[in-house]
Design a protein around this ligand. Structure first.
Ligand code: CP
Ligand code: NVA
Length: 322
């Protein structure tokens, strides 16, 4: 999609007279109150799911899921989530639509809006999502871009909430790349009142606008370049891959730059009680060791499951009670 996403978005007319849709491109598209409510709705949906109670609150609603990159968790959690809510999801994988063959994103967005109740998209370039949101008349949900992964942050916050019974006085150390997952977590942590320190190599910290948005949300994370200093005494240590999808050409340089930032038993000696989070997929032996990922302190499977519950809460927030 990125090739054509921002082309030909001018000189078009949308004849649909629907009011503007609520989009979810960034975590702070929600207010802090909405975020807190969404986490508690997700906890209730999780309870209902495990109790086998029906919660088909979005009957006959449809979600288009557009992917420029691979996905395991995002695709399956949205698709099963829509089914459990009584709706339906349509998977549009890489190279399966006209977007990859020259149809402008503006045309795709307006056509999809006539069929489905929401569009979730995973794109290379965040600008493609913004173009989609400009022309779609239904909510557009960010399923990961180069800049942000707000759906991941929803699951991360539910995981922290469950583990600690709330957000107050919880300290998280982010260790690794300050890009999409880290950037959304930085803003979401500020909104929730979670205390965050980010240890990244020089040049891999979050963007200035992310720090400004975290600040506006109540708390700017401390950004350091020493993983041990960040981890010391933390309740949670959170990491992500060093080589994100689309960065394969930078692999050798990034492996060099991130040396010393691996989450392993030596690093965790500075935080003996810390739980460990990872958005997955994990590259064992790079950003995290297999031992740590498989240890009792790892919360990664709960975190992965929570994608489904929080996205169901998001879908009911965006699409419920129309
Ligand atoms: N964490 C995450 O978004 O995983 P997938 O790439 O499998 O969707
Ligand atoms: N930063 C990673 C996250 C994958 C869910 C990537 O963009 O590939």
């Amino acid at each position: 999609m990125s090739k054509h996403a921002t082309e030909s978005t001018t000189d078009v007319t949308d004849h649909n007279t629907e009011p503007p849709a609520n989009h979810f491109l960034q975590i702070d598209d929600l207010s802090a109150d909405e975020l807190a409510e969404l986490v508690s709705t997700a906890a209730e949906l999780k309870r209902a799911h495990h109790a086998g109670e029906s919660h088909a609150v979005l009957p006959n609603q449809s979600l288009a899921m557009l992917f420029e990159k691979p996905s395991t968790r995002t695709r399956v959690s949205f698709e099963t989530g829509m089914t459990q809510l009584g709706g339906h999801a349509v998977y549009l994988g890489p190279d399966t639509t006209h977007l990859d063959h020259g149809e402008p994103v503006a045309d795709t967005a307006r056509a999809l809006s006539r069929y489905v109740d929401a569009v979730m998209a995973r794109v290379f370039d965040h600008g493609a999502l913004e173009a989609m949101a400009e022309y779609a008349t239904v909510p557009v949900i960010n399923g990961l871009s180069d800049a942000a992964h707000p759906c991941q942050t929803l699951a991360d916050l539910l995981t922290v909430y469950e583990q600690f019974g709330g957000f107050e006085d919880v300290t998280v150390a982010w260790v690794g790349d300050g890009n999409n997952v880290g950037q959304s977590f930085a803003v979401g942590a500020a909104m929730a009142g979670v205390d965050l320190t980010m240890a990244t190599p020089e040049g891999y910290g979050p963007d200035e606008d992310v720090l400004a948005r975290a600040d506006a949300s109540g708390q700017v994370p401390e950004v350091v370049h020493d993983p041990e200093a960040a981890v010391e005494g933390a309740d949670v240590v959170y990491t992500d891959v060093w080589v994100s999808m689309g960065q394969e050409d930078e692999r050798e340089a990034k492996l060099d730059d991130f040396a010393g930032f691996q989450v392993n038993d030596d690093l965790l000696a500075a935080a003996p009680e810390a739980s460990v989070m990872h958005c997955l997929p994990a590259h064992r032996g790079e950003e995290i060791t297999g031992d740590v990922l498989e240890s009792d302190r790892s919360m990664v499977w709960e975190q992965a499951e929570n994608r489904m519950h929080t996205q169901k809460a998001l879908l009911t927030h965006l699409l419920g009670e129309k």
